[in-house]
Design a protein around this ligand. Structure first.
Ligand code: AP5
Length: 232
């Protein structure tokens, strides 16, 4: 069955470095729905020097979670944008049970549902290798990896020629904190969505395209018109 993009509301979960951003961007291209990354929204607020940016900066650079009330309000604002009426993929939200409850309530109020939660699973050691080697173009935000998807010219973006930078929270110390935070505060959501019967696990080890094929298989198996079994 092929999906109508207006019916596709998805959550993409996984630990830091699992490939959420990588897979979400491929979903944007294939399904024409926007990627809503709370991490990107928070980093944009920090770069702009806004009041929100000042409030969240210390949390993001240390790898701690931004308080639920702030991040929920950022997410709900973004969900109100017209492009989200056609569906969306949430990348990095929710990250706590409180955030998941807030999302569920907001969706119910809007008479909308989440059709599926796709959780990408990757062992911690692989996550550390991926994050320490990640480099991002400061101009077009394309992501590279020093070993797994190296740029043709060191330090330079293949797409636009921009400078490649390391994210501040991709230092070894901050990565261990992010992993601890994930295991304590976010991993419980796997059970949360399993109980709602919308959880789909994906092994995140292997070629990016192979993982994307598994993600697409899951999406093809969703039935957006059948909301009867979905309680969120
Ligand atoms: P956020 O920006 O969401 O970061 P994250 O969850 O830590 O995830 P990453 O973006 O680091 O990794 P990813 O899974 O997207 O992996 P990627 O595709 O880039 O959050 C940052 C911070 O913001 C948080 O710490 C927190 O402070 C705050 N925040 C955000 N949301 C929040 C919320 N809801 N509540 C509270 N606070 C919040 O891939 C990683 C690397 O691996 C890349 O180099 C890529 O090329 C490579 N790669 C990808 N797939 C593969 C593969 N299959 N094989 C080999 N390499 C691969």
């Amino acid at each position: 069955m092929s999906l109508k993009k207006e019916n596709l509301n998805l959550i993409l979960m996984g630990p830091p470095g699992a490939g959420k951003g990588t897979q979400a961007k491929m979903m944007v291209d294939k399904y024409g729905i926007p990627q809503i990354s709370t991490g990107d929204l928070l980093r944009a607020a920090i770069s702009s020097g806004s009041e929100l940016g000042k409030k969240v900066q210390a949390f993001v650079t240390s790898g701690a979670l931004v308080p639920d009330d702030l991040v929920v309000s950022v997410l709900l604002n973004r969900l109100s944008d017209p492009d989200c009426q056609a569906g969306f993929v949430l990348d990095g939200f929710p990250r706590t049970v409180c955030q998941a409850d807030s999302l569920g309530k907001a969706m119910k109020d809007r008479k909308m549902i989440v059709h599926g939660t796709i959780a990408i699973e990757v062992p911690d050691q692989e996550l550390i290798d991926r994050l320490t080697g990640r480099r991002i173009c400061k101009d077009c935000a394309t992501s590279f990896h020093l070993k797994f998807s190296a740029p043709k010219k060191e330090g330079i973006c293949d797409k636009c020629g921009g400078e490649l930078l390391q994210r501040k929270d991709d230092s070894f110390e901050v990565i261990s904190n992010r992993l601890n935070v994930y295991h304590k505060q976010t991993q419980p959501l796997i059970e949360y969505y399993r109980k709602l019967k919308i959880l789909h696990l994906v092994d995140g080890l292997g070629q990016i395209e192979m993982i994307f094929a598994k993600v697409c298989d899951i999406i093809q198996g969703l039935n957006p018109s059948d909301s009867s079994k979905i309680k969120i």
